[in-house]
Write a protein that binds this ligand. Sequence first.
Ligand code: MN
Length: 156
Amino acid sequence: MSSDDRTLLRGFRDGFEWESVERLPYKEAGEAPFKAISRQVLFSDPALECELRYFEMQPSGFSTLERHEHAHGVMILRGHGSCLVGQEVRKVKPFDLVSIPAWTWHQFRATAKEPLGFLCMVNARRDKPQLPSEDELRMLKSDARVAAFLGGSGGA
Ligand code: MN
């Protein structure tokens, strides 16, 4: 948790950064497959039951394909790309809202042209994400649109 979470105002800066907020690696290297993505924890105050994070992927970057018991509420803030939620593949643009229910496979991909950044609201106390098994991946890819998405086209 940042010690500055309860500061009344932390200014927005050029480059999608905020005062007193560190830009961190998305996950520990080698923990799960992902590409060119950073994490900034905007709110992680024990007085709140949730956290708000800002994730940003570079062009052609993507988040980990995962699922877990906790849900996510996502708002796209910059760039264009696509997301997988369950068996649905959708294009996303700034200020779109994406709901990710419990135990639903999800992944975000930036287009090749620009970074994709989004806010992600999540429970402060939450379970660890699961990665798909070979069988689960095969099942997901049985849908042609999902297979194309996971192939890395980025939905440009
Ligand atoms: Mn997740």
